[in-house]
Design a protein around this ligand. Sequence first.
Ligand code: UGA
Length: 432
Amino acid sequence: MKLCMIGTGYVGLVSGVCFSDVGNTVYCVDKDKKKIDLLNNGIVPIFEPGLEEILKKNHKQKRLIFTTDLKKAVLNSDIIFICVGTPTKKNSNTADLKYVFSVAKDLNKIIKKYKIIVNKSTVPLSTGDQIEKILFNLKKKKLVDIVSNPEFLREGEAIRDFIYPDRVIIGTDSKKANKILKSLYLPIIKKISRYFNTSRRGAELIKYASNAFLATKISFINEIANLCEKAGVDVKDVAAGMGSDQRIGDRFLRAGPAYGGSCFPKDTRALIDTGSKFKTDLSIVKSVVNSNENRKTLLVKRVDKILGANFKNKIITFLGVTFKPNTDDMREASSIPMIKYLNKKSCKIKYYDPSGEKDDFKSFKNVKYCSTISAACLKTDLVILHTEWNDFKQLNFKKLIKKKKFKIYDMRNLYSPLKMKKLDIDYFGVGR
Ligand code: UGA
């Protein structure tokens, strides 16, 4: 099939590359010429393991075309995917839909013959209805079907998530569009996953409800971790014991810092906003957002306690600063408020992250990026294991730090407290 992905951000690029890999011809369109030039030179502007190889292969075989020419791409395609950003509007919780609507207006001018328009951008409930209003005349002439097909890709695992999805959600009442989309997804859904057709509003809500539920699971285990700390119980055991009940499941029950990234914080807030538009009090989601906000302060206070009263000139090492491993993304990373706080307290901060130096900390006087784990750890007073990159899972801290007394705050519970005790290392985890 011939596809057009509008927007070469995370969702558009990963989906476009993967669709081309299963034999489709895919036009990836972006207004940003620099980005298109990079992509045409085989350079991937986002950090996603494995993406570059698949992109280069399909680009060489001419199944993947990068262009700024929206009209040509749309006219040449059967299915158009809207994959543009929906950031939060300034000083509000509402998703900003200006890019989505601007694409819809462009499509309204271009389309002359039947096309399926699939919205993959994360948009609030009823956005599909608004897109349909913009395309009212085309819809009346049966020249378009507007479908919701939310994406469930995790950064760092996006290719696997795309090729082996747990489910493919298609929100449409059109039998014709559903049939075509089912055949598009056939090579993927053959592999154990589920293809699920529902209403367009249903699909839109599934996306937000899924992210809010996962955020709830994380916040729940984080609060249980707080209780474990007070009660002398290991939260990892509690999560394992709870998770082996298949109704609960053990995934997303890892206690740690406040959840971050470009999705959970934004989508939980947007869902609350949708709730109020539909006059529904989503009190559980509200509590989750609150709990996650409080967690940022709570963990900073824990660092206070670990360090004791004397902060001045203490050297603190952050291993990992991104919101999760296998990404360079710093959006809503809990390391940001933490480092800001410690910096104010006149600590000296060194950090290492496998994805490199971060602009977020460049203006701070006492925050230094180190290009190796050993440089970051040398002679430090406290190591904060902030992000669970594989690189940090088998470290010999005594050898690295080369100092008699130091402390470790393992925010991802990567190490065994018992082993640390045997090594006579002052070790603190989360919920244990
Ligand atoms: C999330 C969802 O997992 C995807 O399904 C969804 O498609 C995506 O948002 C999106 O809406 O685009 P992502 O933000 O890439 O994906 O990252 P996650 O792996 O879900 O992690 C989010 C945050 O939760 C991270 O800060 C991570 O450290 C934290 N987390 C995750 C925990 O603290 N504990 C866990 O057990 C799992």
